[in-house]
Design a protein around this ligand. Structure first.
Ligand SMILES: Cc1cc2nc3c(=O)[nH]c(=O)nc-3n(C[C@H](O)[C@H](O)[C@H](O)COP(=O)(O)O)c2cc1C
Length: 331
């Protein structure tokens, strides 16, 4: 957006969301912007200190964006947004969101764009009436809506409806990278799978292909690449363990994903009945008897029968999504 200072998050070719708030430096709004960028939005937060001067430049800047943006106007910027965008001949926005609006709810004309009012109380109701929509409250328990995860969730729902992202297609024969990216849309936890080799040495690697299979009998699985240096040792082992990592164990995930002669150095571990290494303080650990090994393309599927498990109920998991480590956002 030219001639207007702004902070930005995400990729410039993603659908744009412009957030107008006087609290652009607040940790809450920045956290909200990060969540939106993580969901594939290009977030722009202009520095709006002087309304009189900034408004025409904001409008000019919006016209220059590659796609029609969704405008999020918070607090006093809600009434400015109504003045600025009502009766526009060509719709400049693909959506308008007013958050905790204050001031005059006089549109002065028609707003020809899908709209959303987030907030509670008489002022939010007046703005909702001007836009002919129902006001929504993301979560009655959230005292301050600005920038909360609950607000981000409501914004994302609205964005998906009024400015959906373009889907990418994979068909047999397409670039494998596209399939990989599609599979990366399935968010997982992260584990370290372990066993002992024929010399009783601990071995292990990072794996996110873990899943539960059956409760009765208690079965789980993980997939191991045929290219893995650990493959033959896992295939020969009568037991293995799966350690589900918590948010504080990202460095451990890194260590067990990199080639190394001793990944267990510097990691606290113990053994239970089978001797398979149990990483101490993991979110959960499963000790298993090897049950079946299934040949599947460029991987082997290891199915284990759980003989013992332990979990820590008060920690958050380490997550993996689209090739990056993540943490839980929504509660
Ligand atoms: C988050 C994450 C998940 C992974 N999941 C798997 C998996 O499920 N199966 C696999 O074979 N490799 C997986 N890998 C890759 C291995 O951890 C990595 O290639 C490791 O160096 C293999 O070690 P090895 O060759 O000593 O067995 C993953 C890596 C990361 C970072």
């Amino acid at each position: 957006m030219h001639e207007l200072d702004f902070q930005s998050w995400g990729r410039a070719d993603d659908p744009a969301v412009v957030i107008c708030t006087t609290e652009a430096d607040s940790a809450d709004w920045r956290a909200c912007a990060e969540v939106l960028a993580g969901a594939g939005r290009h977030v722009l937060m202009p520095a709006l200190t002087d309304a009189v001067d900034a408004l025409p430049r904001l409008r000019e800047g919006l016209v220059g964006l590659p796609s029609r943006p969704v405008l999020v106007a918070a607090g006093a910027w809600a009434s400015e947004a109504l003045k600025l965008f009502s009766d526009a001949q060509t719709p400049l926005l693909s959506g308008l969101v007013l958050v905790d609006p204050t001031g005059a709810a006089d549109a002065g004309g028609q707003i020809n764009t899908p709209s959303l009012v987030v907030g509670q109380g008489a002022e939010a109701a007046a703005f909702a009436q001007a836009l002919k929509v129902q006001p929504v409250s993301p979560n009655d328990a959230v005292a301050d809506l600005n920038g909360s995860d609950a607000l981000a969730a409501v914004l994302l729902g609205f964005l998906e409806r009024c400015a959906p992202r373009q889907a990418v297609h994979y068909e047999a024969g397409s670039d494998a990278r596209v399939l990989r990216d599609a599979m990366g849309c399935f968010a997982t936890g992260v584990t370290v799978v372990t066993t002992r080799d024929e010399n009783d040495q601990p071995i292990g690697l990072t794996a996110n292909s873990f899943t539960s299979v059956s409760l009765d009998p208690p079965l789980i699985l993980f997939c191991l690449a045929k290219a893995s240096a650990s493959l033959e040792r896992f295939r020969a082992a009568p037991h293995f363990a799966v350690n589900v990592l918590h948010i504080g164990q990202q460095p451990t995930s890194g260590v067990f994903a990199r080639p190394s002669s001793d990944r267990f150095q510097g990691v606290e571990w113990e053994t239970w009945d089978s001797g398979a290494p149990i990483l101490s303080n993991s979110l959960a650990s499963f000790e298993c008897d090897a049950d079946q090994v299934v040949d599947a393309g460029d991987h082997l599927v290891f199915i284990g029968r759980v003989t013992r498990a332990r979990f820590e109920p008060h920690r958050d998991p380490l997550l993996y999504f689209r090739g990056k480590y993540r943490r839980l956002h929504f509660s």
